[in-house]
Design a protein around this ligand. Structure first.
Ligand code: ATP
Length: 238
């Protein structure tokens, strides 16, 4: 184990009688990229929400490096270095782009560092800098996705959880998101990427798990999975 690894063992989520996640275990190495693919309803979103403490869960081990996160509250999970980009972006459409970004930093008690982080986000996403005073509701879907990622970056995470960043985007914008994920990864940020878009996930990550009915059905290197005949047939439609 390296300092900074996210270790998840025996994670379970129930909604009343529905078991959405069952005995799920995986590790995201510090600065590495892990993908979770699977059909609608496989339990991917519930897994991310459970890691953030946003849904009731049972978990054997939840650790970031040597820090036990099993009893840590959601806002403190962010303080411990885990950023979250939820499905559907959830940007505040009635606030400006910059105010949305500043909300991402509100858990940090920085003096002076917020401007530095803003400048970093604008460097990564120049379009957000150009539109910093515009309402977030005026942005396109792709720009809102960049804003959601930028907002998560403002909390200076070591690991970012992303839920379906490609959802609803055109193939050209999906390519752009892939480029962004690759840049984030090259900067040393760890990524846990949940996607229905298996092609994007295989290209953006090193290792993938395939979820089915709340369980992990397969784990492998993304390159190997992308060439697995069964995976190609089911997830790539080939
Ligand atoms: P999608 O890609 O559609 O988001 P997913 O793989 O992320 O799918 P989840 O959203 O985690 O899957 O859902 C897993 C299971 O839990 C599904 O059967 C779903 O209907 C159920 N579920 C999810 N959220 C709730 C909830 N709030 N209450 C009851 N059941 C839920």
């Amino acid at each position: 184990m390296n300092p900074g690894d996210l270790v998840v063992e025996d994670l379970a989520v129930h909604y009343g009688g529905v078991q959405a996640v069952n005995s799920v275990s995986f590790t995201v190495g510090a600065g590495r990229c892990l993908g979770i693919i699977g059909a609608n309803g496989a339990g991917k979103t519930s897994t991310l929400k459970a890691l953030m403490g946003l849904v009731p869960r049972k978990v054997g081990t939840l650790r970031l490096g040597d820090r036990d996160l099993t009893k840590v509250k959601p806002k403190d999970i962010v303080r411990h270095g885990i950023g979250y980009v939820p499905e559907g972006r959830h940007v505040f459409t009635g606030l400006t782009v910059e105010k949305n970004l500043l909300l991402g930093a509100y858990l940090r008690s920085w003096k002076g560092k917020t401007q530095e982080k803003l400048a970093e986000v604008y460097e990564m996403f120049p379009v957000l800098g150009e539109m910093q005073h515009r309402l977030a509701g005026a942005l396109s879907g792709g720009q809102q996705q960049m804003l959601a990622i930028g907002r998560a970056l403002m909390s200076e995470p070591r690991l970012m959880l992303l839920d379906e960043p490609s959802m609803g985007l055109s193939p050209k914008l999906v390519e752009e998101i892939l480029g962004i994920l690759q840049r984030l990864s090259a900067s040393g940020l760890g990524l846990l990427l949940v996607e229905q878009n298996a092609k994007l996930t295989f290209e953006a990550t090193e290792t993938c798990v395939v979820m089915e009915n709340g369980r992990i059905a397969m784990t492998g290197s993304s390159v190997e999975l992308a060439h697995d005949p069964l995976v190609r047939q089911i997830y790539l439609g080939l």
